[in-house]
Design a protein around this ligand. Structure first.
Ligand code: RP5
Length: 167
C-alpha cells in the first residue's frame, strides 16, 4: 500500500514548543523516509482536554503510531497511552534541572496494562522513535520499507568508509 501524503500515519506530539529542538529529529527522519506525519504541541498539564481529544480521535484519523516527547514530569506519553490503543512511542526530553532522568523515569515506569515504548533521552531517542515507527509501518507500506532499508544501507556504508578515526 502506498501512503497518502495528505493523511498522516504518525503523529508527533510534544508537551511544549520548547521540546521542538529535540522532536525535530523525529520529524526529520520521518520526512527522509517519506512517512506522512503531523506535528502538534499537546500538553498533559496545560491543555489536558486537547490531549484527551487527540487520543480519542487518533485511531479514526488513521494514525498508526504516536511519537510523544515530554520533559520533566513527562506525563504526556502515558496519558495518551491510557486513552488510545494506537501505539505510543515515548521520547524523554533532556530537562535542564535533572538532565532528562526525570523525563525518562516518568515515561518508562508505566504500570502493567498500559504500555509506552520508551526511547533514549534526547535527540537519539527522537530519531530512533521515528525509525521504529517506520519499521512498524513497513509491512503494510513497501515504499516506507524500501526507504528504511536504503537509510540503513547508507548508514552502514558511511561508517564503513570512514573507519579511521584519525582522518
Ligand atoms: C513539559 O515541561 C514539556 O514537555 C517540557 O519539556 C517541559 C518544560 O516546558 P516549558 O516550560 O519549556 O514550556 O511539559
Amino acid at each position: 500500500m502506498s501512503a497518502n501524503p495528505n493523511l498522516p500515519l504518525v503523529g508527533i506530539v510534544m508537551g511544549s514548543r520548547s521540546d521542538w529542538e529535540t522532536m525535530q529529529h523525529a520529524a526529520q527522519k520521518l520526512e527522509l523516509l517519506g512517512v506522512p506525519h503531523e506535528v502538534r504541541v499537546v500538553s498533559a498539564h496545560r491543555t489536558p482536554d486537547a490531549l484527551f481529544d487527540y487520543a480519542a480521535q487518533a485511531a479514526q484519523r488513521g494514525l498508526r503510531a504516536i511519537i510523544a516527547g515530554a520533559g520533566g514530569a513527562a506525563h504526556l506519553p502515558g496519558m495518551l497511552a491510557a486513552k488510545t490503543a494506537v501505539p505510543v512511542l515515548g521520547v524523554p526530553v533532556q530537562s535542564k534541572a535533572l538532565n532528562g532522568m526525570d523525563s525518562l523515569l516518568s515515561i518508562v515506569q508505566m504500570p502493567a496494562g498500559v504500555p509506552v515504548a520508551t526511547f533514549a533521552i534526547g535527540n537519539a531517542g527522537a530519531s530512533n522513535a521515528a525509525l521504529f515507527a517506520a519499521a512498524m509501518l513497513s509491512a503494510e507500506h513497501p515504499q516506507i520499507a524500501a526507504a528504511l532499508e536504503a537509510f540503513r544501507q547508507r548508514q552502514t556504508e558511511e561508517v564503513a568508509s570512514n573507519d579511521d578515526p584519525r582522518k
